[in-house]
Design a protein around this ligand. Structure first.
Ligand code: 5AD
Ligand code: SF4
Length: 456
C-alpha cells in the first residue's frame, strides 16, 4: 500500500517539476511516507526526521515533508516536535500535495493538512506512473478499513472503507499493461469487502473483469479478512487462470479467547474451515498469514493454541509481530499487558516453527517444475557468478521466490525481459527461497525457445 502511495506522491510532484534523485544530499525536497502500524515503524520516522536537521542547516532552501499514517495521526504535533519540518500531509491529502509544496516555495511558512474530506476525493486524479519500474505493480482498489480490530491503528489513520470504481481500476491496469506491466496486485486492507458499500458488485466480480484484460499474465491481491472470504472468491482460484494460486489470510491468533478480544469476528474453527475449502478448490494454493504474539491477556494456553493452529494449517510463510500498543487503538487500554521478554520468546518460537514448516514444504518441491515470472537480476548470489551466467530472481504463482541461473551467449547479452514466464526445475530448497534451472533450449540471438512470455 505504501509503495503505491509513494508512487502517487512522486507522480504528483512530477507535475510541478520535481524528479526522483538517487541521494537525499542532492534533493531539493525530501518526502517521507510513513507507517504507523507498530511503534517501531513510528520511531524510525522520528530518527529519520532528526537526521534531516543537519542537511537543512547546510542548505536552508531544502524542503522536508512527511506524509502517510504517522502524519495523519500526529498532524501539527509533528511541526512542534520537529522545527525543521515544512509540511505534514495526511493519508487523504496526497491530491493536494503539489499545491502545498508550491505555496511553501512561493510564500514560505509551514503547512499541516490532515483533512479526511469524507473519503471520496482520495481517488481523484490517480494515475499510474508512465515508466513502470518492473513487470509487477500494485494497484489500490480501496482505502481505509471499517473492521476496527482492537489492536489496529488503520481505521483511525486511513479512515472509513472507500472503494474505487471498477472502471477507474480497469483503465489504470490497461494503461499499466500498455507500458509493459505483466502482473498486478490489487490492494486494500480488506479486499473481500470491495464495493460492498458502493454497490460495485463483489470483489470476485472485479477479479473476473481484471482477468479479461489482454496482455495481463498474473493477478494477485492482498489483504483478505477471513470473516469476509466468500465461497464465490474461493471458487475464483479454480475458475480464473490468471489468478495466482496464493492467498494472504491473516489469522493473528489461534485462540478463540484472543480472537474475540481482538474483535476479529471469526473463530479458529471458521478459519480452519476456510483453509480447508481453499485447499479443496485449489490443492496447490499457497497460504500465508500474519500473527500477533503477546496481545494483552494472551496466556500460555492461548499461545499454545496459536502454535497448534500453525502446525495444523502448515502455512507457506508468515509474518509475525510482537503486539505493540497503538495509542488510538482500544487494546492500548486493555489489562494484562505481556512482558517484552515473553513476547520475544513467543515470537522466536513461532518463527522457528514456521521456518521448519517452510523448509519442509520447499524441500518437497525439489525436482518439480515451477512457473516463474522473472522479475530481474538476483541480488542473492547463490551461484558463483561467471561471465556466462546471469542470475535472476522471480516468483511462482504461490509467491515463492526462485533464484535461477541463465546462461547467456556472451556476458551481458541476451538478457531476458523482466516479466517473462518460464519453467524452472527446482534443484535446491532454502527456508525463504528456492533455486533452480530454467527448462529451456539454449538461448540464441533470435530469441529463446521454451520461454513463454505470454502465458500465466
Ligand atoms: N501490534 C503488532 N502487530 C500489529 N499489526 C497490526 N497492528 C499491530 C499492532 N498494534 C500486524 C497485524 C496485521 C499486520 C499488517 O500488522 O498482524 O495483519
Ligand atoms: Fe487493521 Fe483489522 Fe482493518 Fe486489518 S482488518 S486494517 S488489522 S482494523
Amino acid at each position: 500500500m505504501n509503495v503505491y502511495d509513494s508512487e502517487q506522491i512522486l507522480q504528483r510532484l512530477q507535475t510541478i517539476g520535481y524528479r526522483q534523485c538517487d541521494s537525499p544530499d542532492k534533493a531539493d525536497l525530501i518526502v517521507l511516507n510513513t507507517c504507523a502500524i507498530r511503534e517501531k515503524a513510528e520511531q524510525k520516522v522520528y530518527s529519520f526526521l532528526g537526521r534531516q536537521a543537519k542537511r537543512k542547516q547546510h542548505r536552508p532552501e531544502l524542503l522536508v515533508a512527511v506524509g502517510g499514517c504517522v502524519a495523519q495521526q500526529e498532524g501539527g504535533r509533528l511541526l512542534e516536535r520537529i522545527p525543521h519540518l515544512d509540511l505534514v500531509f495526511g493519508t487523504h491529502a496526497v491530491g493536494r500535495l503539489a499545491g502545498h509544496v508550491e505555496r511553501i516555495r512561493k510564500n514560505g511558512g509551514r503547512i499541516v493538512d490532515v483533512d479526511m474530506d469524507g473519503g471520496r476525493a482520495i481517488f481523484d486524479g490517480l494515475e499510474p506512473l508512465e515508466a513502470p519500474a518492473g513487470p509487477s505493480r500494485f494497484v489500490t482498489i480501496m482505502q481505509g478499513c471499517d473492521n476496527f480490530c482492537t489492536y489496529c491503528v488503520v481505521p483511525y489513520v486511513r479512515g472509513r472503507e472507500v472503494s474505487r470504481p471498477p472502471s477507474q481500476i480497469l483503465s489504470e491496469i490497461r494503461v499499466l499493461v500498455g507500458s509493459g506491466v505483466r502482473e498486478v496486485t490489487l490492494l486494500g486492507q480488506n479486499v473481500n469487502s470491495y464495493g460492498a458499500k458502493e454497490g460495485y458488485g463483489s470483489f470476485a466480480d472485479l477479479l473476473k473483469k481484471v482477468s479479461g484484460i489482454d496482455g495481463l499474465a498474473r493477478i494477485r491481491f492482498t489483504t483478505s479478512h477471513p470473516k469476509d472470504l466468500s465461497d464465490e472468491l474461493i471458487d475464483c482460484f479454480a475458475a480464473l487462470d490468471r489468478l495466482c494460486r496464493h492467498i494472504h489470510l491473516p489469522v493473528q491468533s489461534g485462540s478463540d479467547r484472543v480472537l474475540k478480544r481482538m474483535n476479529r469476528r471469526y473463530r479458529r474453527a471458521d478459519y480452519l474451515d476456510k483453509v480447508g475449502r481453499l485447499r479443496s478448490v485449489c490443492p496447490d494454493i499457497g497460504i500465508t498469514s500474519d500473527f500477533i504474539v503477546g496481545f494483552p491477556g494472551e496466556s500460555d494456553e492461548d499461545f499454545a493454541d496459536t502454535i497448534d493452529l500453525m502446525r495444523s494449517v502448515q502455512f507457506d510463510g508468515v509474518f509475525a509481530f510482537q503486539y505493540s500498543d497503538r495509542p488510538s487503538a482500544p487494546a492500548s487500554g486493555f489489562a494484562g499487558k505481556i512482558d517484552e521478554t515473553v513476547k520475544k520468546r513467543r515470537l522466536a518460537e513461532l518463527l522457528d516453527l514456521q521456518e521448519t514448516i517452510t523448509l519442509c514444504k520447499n524441500r518437497a518441491l525439489v525436482g518439480s517444475v515451477q512457473q516463474v515470472m522473472a522479475e530481474g537480476p538476483s541480488k542473492k548470489n547463490y551461484f558463483q557468478e561467471t561471465n556466462r551466467t546471469a542470475l535472476w530472481t522471480g516468483r511462482t504463482p504461490q509467491n515463492r521466490i526462485v533464484h535461477f541461473a541463465l546462461d547467456t551467449p556472451t556476458p551481458g547479452e541476451g538478457m531476458m525481459a523482466p516479466g517473462t514466464i518460464l519453467n524452472v526445475r527446482i534443484e535446491e530448497a532454502f527456508s525463504h527461497s528456492l533455486r533452480g534451472i530454467p527448462e529451456l533450449e539454449r538461448p540464441n540471438q533470435h530469441g529463446r525457445k521454451g520461454v513463454d512470455s505470454h502465458a500465466a
